[in-house]
Design a protein around this ligand. Structure first.
Ligand code: NAD
Length: 295
């Protein structure tokens, strides 16, 4: 069994991007600038945004963090996004989800200029991704593909079972894995909460991508010998032995499943760091006016 080490691959991608920043500076060009919007004080969102901002600093990008009270009106938030759209110094905009219930996420995402939508959630960019056109690929699915590519995980002709059909993970991953590309060329089964025979399907899977949001949901009896396991889940479970009072676990029962599989991503240290690396790649592409197509 080989661990798909997201920290290691993400560090390699960050080092490449840092070199590109050095080149841009040497040419007298502006460095990429990411604007992140955080509404409210959701602890997980705070952590994600902080590590995105920190990663920007590590590789020489500029970043701007706009924080708003959770009672902010939708109009005020939209006005701020419009200002970022119009600000030529800002290359990429991300709005950390979820947003408070009184704000319509769809309206917010639709307000971001598609050419600055480095999360790849705008319908224009989703449409381009589905059509196989160069665009911003949503960061988590993009990070998963970069990880499979880095480790030369065989995907061609394989059966991939994706568990979870969210717009940010499951659905885009299913599209990318089925593409005529490398990684890709999988036969994909996209499963969800109404799939009656999940265990049976998982037992047929050469590759399982788990994006459900339920701790240890994928157990060893659901996994075929030699399968590849990509665990997207990030779940906080109580742990009195930790100073914080919790620890992070994935959607996969890691210890038992790891014994059976050929490759597996740990949590933490797997898909999470890759998501940030992919976001930074998208931001670079936005800054230099190229749309990445998984490269
Ligand atoms: P979501 O809640 O939007 O979607 C969950 C999906 O799981 C739904 O499509 C639902 O149909 C499916 N599901 C629920 N119960 C099921 C069942 N019994 N059988 C089969 N499918 C079932 O979640 P999301 O936003 O895609 O996130 C999933 C997990 O991934 C969460 O733990 C989240 O924190 C994590 N996540 C991690 C990263 C990262 O960078 N590592 C990024 C995004 C999300």
């Amino acid at each position: 069994m080989q661990i798909l080490d997201g920290k290691l691959v993400s560090a390699a991608i960050k080092a490449q991007l840092a070199d590109k920043v050095t080149e841009l500076k040497a040419l007298g060009q502006k460095v990429p600038h990411l604007a992140a919007i955080l509404v409210g004080n959701n602890p997980a969102s705070e952590t994600y945004v902080a590590s995105k901002v920190k990663s920007c600093a590590e590789i020489g990008y500029h970043s701007t963090l706009l924080r708003f009270d959770e009672k902010i009106s939708e109009k005020h938030l939209l006005d701020n996004i419009t200002l970022l759209n119009e600000n030529a110094d800002i290359d990429g905009i991300l709005v950390q989800l979820p947003l408070p219930k009184h704000i319509n996420e769809e309206v917010v995402i639709n307000t971001i200029d598609p050419s600055k939508d480095v999360d790849g959630f705008h319908p224009v960019n989703v449409g381009k991704m589905v059509s196989g056109l160069p665009t911003f690929i949503p960061a988590t699915p993009y990070g998963i593909m970069l990880m499979l590519e880095h480790y030369n995980v065989p995907t061609k002709g394989k059966h991939a079972v994706v568990i979870g059909r969210s717009h940010i993970v499951g659905t885009p991953v299913s599209i990318l894995l089925s593409r005529n590309s490398n990684p890709g060329n999988c036969t994909v089964t996209l499963t969800h909460s109404h799939t009656p025979n999940l265990k049976e399907l998982c037992l047929q899977a050469d590759i399982i991508v788990a994006a459900i949001g339920r701790p240890n949901f994928v157990t060893a009896d659901m996994v075929k010998e030699g399968a590849v396991i990509v665990d997207v889940g990030i779940n906080r479970i109580e742990d009195a032995s930790k100073k914080s009072g919790f620890r992070l676990v994935g959607d996969v029962d890691y210890n038992a499943v790891a014994e059976k599989c050929s490759f597996i991503t740990p949590v933490p240290g797997g898909v999470g760091p890759m998501t940030i690396a992919a976001l930074l790649k998208n931001t670079y592409h936005a800054a230099v006016g190229q749309k990445g197509n998984m490269n």
